[in-house]
Ligand binder design. Structure first.
Ligand code: URP
Ligand code: ZN
Ligand code: ZN
Length: 493
C-alpha cells in the first residue's frame, strides 16, 4: 500500500449500505486503496461537511437507443453520460436493442461502437424484440458470455413487445445462458383496446394516457411473467413498479421463495396522474409507461421499499425532446396520447430526488438510500463489489454530496440532450458537489468535466444471485428436459 496516494478525499462522512463513518479515502490506480485517518495524497480533496457516497449505479437507462418509428430518444452516449456524471451516477446499464427482423449480435456491435463516447462506465442489457432460433440459440449465449449478463423483454409496445410463447422461449434461453431477465410488464392487448376506445370517444389528451394504462394492466402482466418464471425457474427483475398493487405480486412471489425482484423509479414517487392534466400539451412531459398514479401509490411504494420488496431505484431515463417533431410532438402540437412517445429524462435528478423524498422526508436512513441507488443495483446485476460500494479494492467511484444544500432542479442542470425536465422548479435538499470515476473527477462546480470516452465497458461474469433455484411446480425441468426423479424440489413442498 502506498503511503502517498494518488488522491485522498479527506474528512468526509463515508456512507455505505451498512455503515456511516468519518474517514479519509486513499485512492491509487483508480481504486480505493485505504480508508483511514490522516492519509496523504499527491492531490487532496477536502470533503469536510460532505457525505461521500459510492457512485450511483443506474441499471435502467435508455441512451442512444435506435427506434423503428419517427420519434427518437435524444441522448447520445456523450450527453446521456454527462447527465449521469452530473447526477452522481458513475455506472449505467443501457440497452443494446435488437430491431425486429434484425440481428442482436449486430445491435450489440453497433452499440459498443457508440458507447466508446461514454463519460462514465457502462454495461448492456440485451433487448430482444424478435426471438428467432438464430438469436436465442446462436447469438444470445455468446453475447451473455461476453459480459452482457441481462436480457430485457417487453410485454407491450408494437414492434418490440413479445407474446407469451415468445416470452417463454426467451426466458428459457436466458436461463440456459445464465442471464437475469428484466421485464416491462403491461398487458398489451388490454392497453390497445382501451386506447382504441378512448380515441374513438374523442378522449385523446395526455391525461387519458393514465386511463389507457390502469394499474390492473401492470398487475396482471407481472402475475403472468411470474408464472412463466416459476415454471421455467428463471430469476427476473420487474422494471418500473408503479405502486403497491403490482408490488404485492412481487411480494407474493418472494414469499414463495422465488428470485423475483422489483425496481421503481423517482417518477412514481414524485409525479402523479394529475401532472398529465396540466394545461395545453404540457401533460406530455409526464408521459411514461407504466403511467403515473397518485400520492397513495407513492406512499405504498415507500412501504414496499422499506420491506425490501423493491430493492432498486433506477431512473428509466428515456428522454425525447418536448418541442420537437422527433419528440413528444411527433404527431403535432396536440397529438393524441397514443402517438406521444413514452418516457422522460431522469438520470441527473435521481440521487437528489431520492435523497429528498427518502432521507430528508424521513422515509429511509442514509444507508438504505445508498443501498437503493448503488449497492443493491450493483449486487443484482453482477457489478459488486467493483461497483456500488466504498471498500478497499473497489473502483474509486465516489460522489461528494452536500445533504444540506437546497437546490431548484432545472433543465440546464440536467446536462442532457433534452429540452425539458419534468422536475423543472422542484426544490430539493441535497446536491451532488463532485463525482469521481475511478479516481478521476467527472463533475464539479456544476460542470461536467469527464472526458468523452473516459467510460469503460464493465463485463459481468456469472454470479450467485441469479443462479436458478432448481425448484419447479412439477418434477420436470422444461429448460433442460430433465425428469427430476431423484429428489425433485417442488414449489409446493
Ligand atoms: O415510458 C417509458 N418507460 N419508456 C421507456 C421505455 C420503457 O418502457 O422502459
Ligand atoms: Zn419499460
Ligand atoms: Zn425503460
Amino acid at each position: 500500500m502506498p503511503t502517498t496516494f494518488d488522491l485522498v478525499v479527506r474528512g468526509g462522512v463515508v456512507v455505505t449500505a451498512s455503515d456511516v463513518f468519518k474517514a479519509d479515502i486513499g485512492i491509487a490506480g483508480g481504486k480505493v486503496a485505504a480508508l483511514g485517518t490522516d492519509l496523504e495524497g499527491n492531490r487532496v480533496v477536502d470533503a469536510d461537511g460532505l457525505l461521500v457516497l459510492p457512485g450511483g449505479v443506474d441499471t435502467h437507462v435508455h441512451i442512444e437507443q435506435p427506434s423503428s418509428g419517427p420519434a427518437q430518444m435524444c441522448d447520445t452516449f456523450e450527453t446521456g453520460t454527462a447527465s449521469a456524471a452530473a447526477g452522481g451516477t458513475t455506472t449505467v446499464i443501457c440497452f443494446a436493442t435488437q430491431m425486429r427482423g434484425g440481428s442482436l449480435k449486430a445491435a450489440v456491435e453497433d452499440y459498443r461502437v457508440a458507447a466508446r463516447r461514454a463519460r462514465v462506465d457502462y454495461t448492456f442489457h440485451l433487448t430482444i424484440s424478435d426471438p428467432t432460433d438464430v438469436v436465442l440459440r446462436d447469438e444470445l449465449p455468446t453475447l451473455i458470455d461476453s459480459g452482457c449478463r441481462s436480457v430485457k423483454v417487453f410485454m407491450t409496445y408494437d414492434g418490440i413487445g413479445l407474446d407469451d410463447a415468445q416470452l417463454i422461449r426467451t426466458l428459457a434461453a436466458a436461463r440456459k445462458a445464465g442471464a437475469l431477465v428484466c421485464v416491462h410488464a403491461e398487458h398489451h392487448a388490454l392497453i390497445a383496446y382501451l386506447s382504441e376506445r378512448l380515441v374513438a370517444a374523442g378522449l385523446t389528451a395526455p391525461k387519458y394516457h393514465a386511463w389507457a394504462k390502469p394499474t390492473v394492466v401492470e398487475r396482471e402482466a407481472i402475475s403472468r411473467i411470474v408464472a412463466i418464471a416459476e415454471v421455467l425457474d428463471v430469476p427476473i427483475q420487474i422494471f418500473h413498479v408503479s405502486g403497491p398493487e403490482p408490488a404485492e405480486e412481487i411480494a407474493r412471489a418472494q414469499a414463495r421463495g422465488m428470485k423475483v425482484w422489483g425496481e421503481t423509479c423517482p417518477q412514481y414517487l414524485t409525479i402523479t396522474a394529475e401532472d398529465l392534466d396540466r394545461p395545453g400539451f404540457e401533460g406530455a412531459k409526464f408521459m411514461f409507461g407504466p403511467a403515473p398514479r397518485g400520492t397513495a401509490e407513492a406512499e405504498g411504494l415507500w412501504r414496499a421499499i422499506k420491506t425490501g420488496t423493491i430493492g432498486v431505484i433506477s431512473s428509466d431515463h428515456a428522454p425525447t425532446r418536448f418541442d420537437d417533431p422527433r419528440g413528444k410532438k411527433v404527431a403535432g402540437e396536440n397529438g393524441p396520447f397514443t402517438k406521444v412517445p413514452n418516457g422522460i429524462p431522469g438520470l441527473a435528478a435521481r440521487l437528489p430526488l431520492i435523497f429528498h423524498e427518502g432521507v430528508t422526508k424521513g422515509n429511509i436512513e442514509l444507508s438504505k438510500f445508498v443501498d437503493l441507488i448503488a449497492t443493491r443495483p450493483a449486487k443484482l446485476y453482477g457489478l459488486f463489489p467493483k461497483k456500488g460500494t466504498i471498500a478497499v479494492g473497489s473502483d474509486a467511484d465516489l460522489v461528494l454530496f452536500n445533504p444540506r444544500a437546497y437546490q431548484t432542479l432545472t433543465n440546464a442542470g440536467q446536462h442532457h440532450g433534452g429540452d425539458y425536465t419534468p422536475y423543472e422548479g422542484r426544490e430539493v435538499t441535497g446536491k451532488v458537489i463532485a463525482t469521481y470515476l475511478r479516481g478521476t473527477c467527472v463533475f464539479e462546480n456544476d460542470t461536467v468535466v469527464g472526458a468523452i470516452g473516459g467510460g469503460s465497458f464493465v463485463p459481468r461474469a456469472p454470479y450467485a444471485e441469479i443462479e436458478p433455484r432448481g425448484v419447479f411446480p412439477i418434477p420436470f425441468d422444461p429448460v433442460t428436459s430433465t425428469v427430476l426423479e431423484d429428489k425433485p424440489k417442488l414449489a409446493a413442498e
